[in-house]
Design a protein around this ligand. Structure first.
Ligand code: M6R
Length: 600
């Protein structure tokens, strides 16, 4: 979703801002812009479309060492040059970029800006016009910003330039993520540390409802009522090479291939030398004390949560409910006496999940976040965090973060089982090693998977994924991956449910990808395949060694059946990748989507 960068130092701000925006491209956007200050003028460049288009529009001869930049994912107003950020106040004194949604912007406009001509359709322009209005009433810029921020309801991260104060970038935030990067004679701002790693790897968090004055020689953090705050910086544990594609054509392919390494890394991080699991004692105690786990997540992370329920219930005997974050508060179940809320989120920034976190914390419930970004909002605000150690995931389509989430959920289940004195009849850490080897073998089968994508998905309008038991959850994930990057209408179904309506959609040649990894249900799913084949469907069966049959399109190496989702998802990821590629889609940056979904 929208991304912000800012720079105040001694080098060419334009180039640093543009490079920073390129690093934020993965978040998803539809327009981009920068504003730099040079010769007493704030120069604004903005364009609809890609950063490459913006690059061409930026004048080479503007020499500036201060500026702000933005990638916009449209919420208020269509993607266009006019609605792109930065926005300027009527006199062009103030220039602003903003992430988030201002819920009361129409009311603020009515109450304070009735004589101001607002040009764009955005809520953002209202903020910058308000600041100009308040400064016209005699307030200093700092006071005007503070007043505007206190009136705003909703989520925001903002960065503001004032033509009359060339040495300061005014920064504020509430609910939307924003970091300050600190250096020697240079300071930066960024929605994500990786955008500014080329300048510094030392960052300071900003809390909600704070205002920060970012200057060359230092930063001043204040609460909205003017109290100064001190805060230590931290070193971002990111390797710049992790966020490069290397020799890969796309981040998605690189990230699919990284999965065996990620699983081995997780085992290593969470394993003691004697082979037992190494989880924080507080997390273990929270799991033990809870009588029911409520998993809250969205999209792919929700699918990992569904698998997590099976793992926690079957391995540790813990009752688990899994809920879609955006629905939970409106369809709140009756809670048990001692619930533990587990938030699963790659980015740790998903606004829907955060909405639930804030709500259940207010009710006094304990919370654990499983995330790939330990300094993220969900991680900071939950009582406990489990890190998935997958390394930065750049492609919008989540792959390695999903398998990492399931691996961490496995370890959480195992740790909980051990703490409860439950004897397991398998060695889960060893089984995860076998999973990593199986993943590696599948990543080596790209040609076969590309052939399946070419044959079944090059021209089709729709496709179905079916499965039973945990295979059903992978079917849902396989369908999500395919639709988000190839735009083929794809649905994941429980094999037995098709005949209750959806089978009406099966036509001659409709691709149906069936997962058959579970011994208990593989005959029944094969029965469902026969039903759709009898109606003209083109079935593709993915089975597992031990119960493969002639005609199966792919046979997965044998792994423990509870862990089969970690392996069976790999062919679905690669099939989606190649389908998108054959259909000429932008694999890493699919249309309309954002990596970090920071609006509700
Ligand atoms: O960062 P999160 O895991 O909370 O994100 C949740 C979803 O937006 C995300 O999983 C989305 O569904 C992926 N793009 C799917 O590939």
């Amino acid at each position: 979703m929208c991304g912000i960068v800012g720079y105040i130092g001694t080098e060419d701000a334009k180039e640093i801002l543009l490079r920073g925006l390129e690093k934020l491209e993965y978040r998803g956007y539809d327009s981009a812009g920068i504003a730099v200050r040079a010769d007493d003028v704030t120069h604004v460049f903005k364009e609809k479309g890609r950063i490459a288009t913006l690059r061409e529009a930026v004048a080479d001869d503007v020499a500036a060492s201060v500026g702000i930049g933005h990638t916009r994912w449209a919420t208020h107003g269509v993607p266009s040059q006019l609605n792109a950020h930065p926005h300027q106040s009527s006199t062009e004194r103030f220039t602003l970029v903003h992430n988030g949604v201002i819920e009361n912007y129409e009311q603020l406009q009515r109450e304070h800006l009735c004589n101001v001509h607002v040009q764009s359709d955005t809520d953002t322009e209202i903020i910058v016009q308000l600041i100009e209005q308040f400064s016209g009433d005699g307030l200093t810029t700092e006071e005007a910003v503070r007043k505007a921020l206190s009136l705003m309801k909703g989520s925001y991260a903002i960065a503001l330039l004032d033509k009359d104060d060339p040495e300061t970038i005014f920064v504020g935030k509430n609910k939307s993520p924003l970091l300050i990067g600190v250096g020697d004679g240079v300071n930066v701002i960024a929605s994500d540390a990786m955008a500014m790693l080329s300048v510094t790897d030392e960052f300071v968090e900003i809390m909600d409802e704070e205002l920060v004055l970012v200057q060359r020689e230092g930063i001043t953090i204040q609460t909205l009522d003017g109290k100064e705050q001190t805060r230590d910086s931290y070193r971002a544990e990111l390797d710049a090479s992790d966020i490069e594609k290397g020799t890969y054509p796309h981040f998605m392919l690189k990230e699919i291939d990284e999965q065996p390494f990620v699983i081995r890394n997780i085992v290593q991080k969470y394993q003691h030398e004697d082979g037992s699991t190494r989880l924080d004692g507080d997390i273990r105690a929270a799991m033990q004390q809870s009588d029911r786990i409520y998993i809250i997540a969205a999209g792919t992370s929700y699918h990992a949560g569904l698998v997590g329920k099976q793992l926690l219930e079957r391995i540790a005997g813990k009752p688990v409910e899994v809920h879609i974050a955006s629905e939970f508060l409106y369809n709140m179940p009756l809670l048990s006496d001692n619930p533990l809320f587990v938030f699963i989120s790659q980015s740790g920034e998903t606004a829907d999940s955060r909405g639930v976190l804030v709500n259940v914390k207010k009710q006094g419930h304990r919370t654990l976040t499983i995330t790939n970004v330990p300094g993220s909002t969900l991680s900071r605000e939950a009582d406990y965090t489990l890190h998935t150690f997958a390394g930065p995931e750049i492609a919008v389509a989540s792959t390695k973060a999903y398998t990492a989430q399931m691996a961490v959920l496995t370890l959480l289940a195992v740790d909980t089982a051990h703490a409860a004195g439950i004897e397991l009849d398998f060695d889960p850490l060893q089984e995860l090693g076998i999973v990593a080897n199986a993943m590696e073998a599948l990543c080596d089968q790209k040609e076969e998977l590309e052939q399946i994508a070419r044959e079944y998905l090059s021209v089709t309008r729709n496709a179905f994924f079916i499965g039973r038991a945990v295979d059903y959850y992978v079917a849902m994930e396989g369908a999500l991956k395919l639709k988000e990057i190839s735009y083929i209408q794809a649905e994941g179904f429980a094999g037995g449910e098709l005949k209750h309506g959806t089978i009406a959609l099966i036509e001659e040649g409709t691709p149906v990808l069936a997962l058959a990894t579970q011994s208990e249900v593989h005959w029944s799913i094969r029965g469902n395949v026969k039903e759709v084949a009898a109606r003209g469907a083109a079935p593709v069966i993915i089975s597992m060694e031990g119960h493969e049959q002639e005609g199966d399109a792919l046979v997965l190496p044998r792994v423990h059946e509870l862990l089969a989702p970690l392996v069976s998802v790999i062919p679905t990821q690669l099939i989606a990748y190649y389908a998108a590629l054959h259909r000429g889609c932008d694999v890493d940056k699919p249309r309309n989507l954002a990596k970090s979904v920071t609006v509700e």
